[in-house]
Design a protein around this ligand. Structure first.
Ligand SMILES: NC(=O)c1ccc[n+]([C@@H]2O[C@H](COP(=O)([O-])OP(=O)(O)OC[C@H]3O[C@@H](n4cnc5c(N)ncnc54)[C@H](O)[C@@H]3O)[C@@H](O)[C@H]2O)c1
Length: 337
């Protein structure tokens, strides 16, 4: 791949995440946004306006673009498998949003269809690219805190998504926890056991949908590492995103981010700060940029994308196992898919 010309990139989806990717493509001199596809043409047109990209409604139009190097798949989850397969069949690199699909059988069929393909494919587990979380992970991996023994990941949304979203989300484990399950695998790739509990503590429509609003997942790694994931669909103080890695020789932590480091100390309260960065689009803005940069580098150099398809599959297996454990009250062993 020539380093002296920008990669031609098309974007599927002009919704919440599509807008983030469009901004980041445009800000990256190594990438040229050539098309935005969305069946709602007005939405594609609005995002494409003034960018030089064409607005289209179908995948056929995208894959007919001469010299297309890559696609970013930011369309709804049920479109991912088809678009991943089409990108691979056309030899076009893809960065696909998580999850690959909510249905394990479809993910396994997609994996079979990709066998033998060398076309780069990255999964959008953006939190691996958060500068704080990735610094903790790399310092753990270089042994700064000795042997990793326990990892705690806390991830709470500010407020529940609307009922219509919850109904199609695939449930809290596959929708929300999946990011944290991938984060767990970022530190401890080989997970052998999952247990989970789910509760309905505050949201009637989540309970009516048969889903949980609060879950705790415990994972065990092959070397006995203990990982705890705490998720809630709400948090009175905003988007709560923290992790703590505890090792034989110390601990590394990454806390919540505020827009500034200014703190107020008065008789009424010590260390009052601005509210946390809210919501994921702001909190992980840097991670989305860095993820795109990593994708570009992998496409240019022909190196394997990380995280890749298998990471998407493994996270889904863990999410399914967590759901099974929470429903059955049993510990679920993780086997080979
Ligand atoms: N990594 C993250 O942090 C993150 C955050 C949000 C969403 N996501 C994922 O991104 C995907 C999209 O989520 P969203 O919140 O942006 O949804 P959204 O509903 O805001 O936007 C989706 C857009 O895709 C369009 N669309 C529908 N079918 C399409 C098709 N076949 N081709 C092209 N466009 C199509 C819709 O018209 C809509 O404009 C989901 O898979 C979601 O899980 C990831």
């Amino acid at each position: 791949m020539s380093a002296d010309r920008p990669l031609k990139v098309a974007l599927f989806g002009s919704g919440r995440i599509g807008q983030v990717h469009a901004r980041n493509i445009l800000a990256n001199p190594g990438l040229e946004l050539v098309a935005i596809a969305d069946p709602i043409i007005e939405s594609a047109q609005a995002l494409a306006e003034g960018t030089g990209a064409v607005a289209v409604t179908t995948a056929d139009e995208v894959f007919a673009i001469d010299g297309l190097d890559a696609v970013i798949i930011g369309s709804p989850t049920n479109t991912h498998v088809d678009l991943i397969s089409r990108a691979a069949a056309n030899g076009v690199a893809a960065l696909c949003e998580k999850p690959i699909d909510l249905d394990l059988d479809r993910v396994l069929a997609c994996r079979d269809s990709l066998r033998g393909s060398e076309t780069p494919l990255m999964l959008g587990f953006n939190r691996r690219f958060d500068p704080n979380f990735s610094a903790v992970q790399s310092r753990v991996s270089t042994g700064e805190i000795g042997k990793l023994e326990q990892l705690t990941i806390i991830s709470r949304d500010p407020a529940p998504a609307p009922a219509a979203y919850i109904a199609n989300s695939g449930g809290i484990f596959r929708d929300q926890s999946i990011h944290d399950l991938d984060m767990a695998r970022f530190f401890v790739p080989d997970i052998i056991e999952v247990s989970a509990t789910g509760s309905n503590l505050f949201c009637d429509y989540i309970e009516e949908a048969g889903d949980f609003d609060s879950v705790v997942i415990t994972l065990r790694g092959r070397d006995g590492e203990q990982i705890t994931i705490i998720n809630s669909r709400h948090s009175a103080f905003g988007h709560d995103q923290r992790l703590e890695a505890f090792g034989s020789e110390g601990m590394l932590t990454a806390g919540n981010l505020t827009p500034t480091s200014v703190r107020k100390f008065t008789a009424a309260g010590a260390e009052e700060a601005d509210p946390y960065l809210n919501f994921f689009l702001e909190r992980y803005a840097e991670a989305y940029r860095s993820e795109l940069g990593s994708f570009e580098a992998a496409v240019r150099t022909g190196t394997a994308c990380s995280p890749g398809f298998d990471d998407g599959l493994q996270a889904l297996l863990l999410a399914n196992a967590a759901e099974e454990s929470a429903r059955s009250g049993r510990v679920v062993k993780i086997g080979q898919a």
